[in-house]
Design a protein around this ligand. Structure first.
Ligand code: DX5
Ligand code: ZN
Length: 218
């Protein structure tokens, strides 16, 4: 089953609670949080207080994408604030600290994900694949919503789907960046089962139709 994860980066922050309720009612499975620190990526978004507030008002599955330097420092705080799954970029710290971050997330009883920037090879995920609940493949350079899908990432998605089949079949494969009704079928065909979408959901007035279009239902 394909899961849709609207990214609140493209939502109207002045009406955030209503925006979240709207995509929940429209059938989205996950809610995607793009946390940026202005260091790991050249942009600053939002952090723990926003997650904590939405956790109090929504029972959606909260998928947190940390685009921050040395995430091991903060993963437990995001778990305590209500994350259901926390993704860390494998480029954001030493291998030892990435492993430690995943252990800390698991220690909080939450799911853990590892994320790859476009320039990172499929093989780079292998040390963490056995313990990951999800692999997130970026199909744009992280930092901003509304960018164009990078078609050269499709081979990497296929390769990681093969690794998942061999090493950890329960692991989910999520894609993030430039997902639209045109690019979603390509990502799904390559093996993705969770689609992050910012502008393709929050940029549309009819969110149920937007989500159905990403699933290929209309
Ligand atoms: C980029 C973020 C994405 C982004 C997706 O750094 O990780 O989640 O918000 O936005 P769209 O779907 O508009 O490309
Ligand atoms: Zn994201």
């Amino acid at each position: 089953m394909i899961k849709i994860a609207p990214s609140i980066l493209s939502a109207d922050f002045a009406r955030l609670g209503e925006e979240v309720e709207d995509v929940r009612a429209a059938g989205a499975e996950y809610l995607h949080f793009d946390v940026m620190d202005g260091l790991f990526v050249p942009n600053i978004s939002f952090g723990v207080p926003v997650l904590g507030s939405l956790r109090k008002s929504s029972d959606m599955f909260m998928d947190v994408h940390l685009m921050i330097d040395r995430p091991v420092r903060y993963v437990e705080t995001f778990c305590d604030a209500g994350a259901d799954l926390v993704n860390v970029h494998i480029e954001s710290d030493t291998a030892e600290n990435i492993s430690r971050a995943l252990e800390l997330i698991r220690g909080k009883g939450k799911r853990c994900g590892v994320t790859l920037k476009p320039g990172t090879s499929a093989e780079a995920v292998l040390p963490w694949l056995p313990m990951a609940d999800l692999v997130l493949v970026m199909t744009v350079e992280p930092g901003f919503g509304g960018q164009s899908f990078m078609y050269d990432q499709l081979d990497k998605i296929r390769q990681i789907r093969r690794y998942i089949g061999e090493l950890n079949p329960a692991c989910e494969l999520e894609v993030d960046g430039g997902i639209s009704a045109e690019t979603a079928p390509l990502a799904i065909e390559a093996g993705a089962n969770v689609l992050v979408a910012g502008s393709a959901v929050f940029g549309k007035t009819n969110r149920a139709a937007a989500i159905a279009a990403l699933r290929g239902e209309i």
